[in-house]
Design a protein around this ligand. Sequence first.
Ligand code: NAD
Ligand code: IPM
Ligand code: MN
Length: 357
Amino acid sequence: MVKYTIAVLPGDGIGSEIVPPAVNILKKIGIKYDIAFEFKEALIGGAALDAVGVPLPEDTLKVCHQSDAVLLGAIGGPKWDTLPTHLRPEVGALLPLRKDLALYANIRPVILYPELVSASTLKEEVVSGTDLVVIRELTGGLYFGEKKREKTATGERAVDTLVYTTEEIERIARLAFETARGRRKKLTSVDKANVLESGRLWRETLSRLAAAYPDVELEHMYVDNCAMQLVRAPKQFDVIVTENTFGDILTDQASMISGSIGMLPSASIGGQVGLYEPSHGSAPDIAGQDKANPLATILSAAMMLEYSFKQVQAAEDIKQAVASVLNKGYRTGDLVQEGKMVVGTQEMGNLVAGEIV
Ligand code: NAD
Ligand code: IPM
Ligand code: MN
């Protein structure tokens, strides 16, 4: 029997509501496919700050490194927003965790389930059939360049820098070309090369690497145009590769093509241990009310099975289970559709688990 250890980091807000359904489904997958999963829960974010005074405890890092994959809920919330930068859950825990695990690639598939076409805020003919994937560079760019804050005679000065090296761009570009090669063979590289020096290096590097992938069509697009094209005609995209911050923003926007941000999973890969988390945050406005959509987290667990454990059929089972529950008419409150049955987080999790037989 194959054995895997999974670090489970629920985090804050809805994190502790959306993670248990995903764990439960992995347990059912374990039984069906004879995989022995061991789950090790650890503290991160505000939950860790409250319990032990730091957002990313050494113990948590150790548990992650000693595991085969990490399942994360979400971190952050108003309670910790005013702490000094290095203590805040986002900058003090999530970013260093991604960096420490060397997860330079964040893969965010934007798929519209046919059942959810009318849940999208966009017109049916615009969105139906959308199947694109955003590959977001995750350990460089604006998030990780030098940051500074200093007093001036009249106020303050705050600095963030957007830095990329050739090597950082090359490795994410290769992954993007390979991904496109396995799909519809179109790669859109998104940058701001008309203004940013890092954007010029990004574009030149992608163009140079394109020679090694003659079967993949490479196009360059400015990020402002991409934001517009995503809502104008999302079906033109197959694979998008972009800078860290651009990818963050574009994927929240793209999530509405799929009906809700609660549908957008993610996989962060590149190092020994992959990290799987929904693309959304801790949703403080609905936390503790059994309202959150757990499907992004459940689909992130499917990505874990696929990317970290190469259990492609098991991953497919989860995706089909989700489709089946949607097909039967069950929805969480974020997916507004007439005539559908609205269920809570737990029930949605149970319904999906019930489809794994
Ligand atoms: P958010 O994604 O938490 O919420 C935005 C909106 O989407 C809210 O109205 C929320 O209710 C809704 N929403 C999000 N996930 C949902 C789900 N699964 N089901 C139904 N509705 C959902 O973004 P925000 O409000 O800007 O940020 C809240 C906190 O989360 C902040 O502290 C932020 O830094 C943090 N955050 C964390 C992560 C992460 O852990 N990866 C990602 C994004 C934001
Ligand atoms: C995400 C989040 C994080 C990011 C924050 C919480 C640091 O928005 O995973 O999309 O910007 O990467
Ligand atoms: Mn984000």
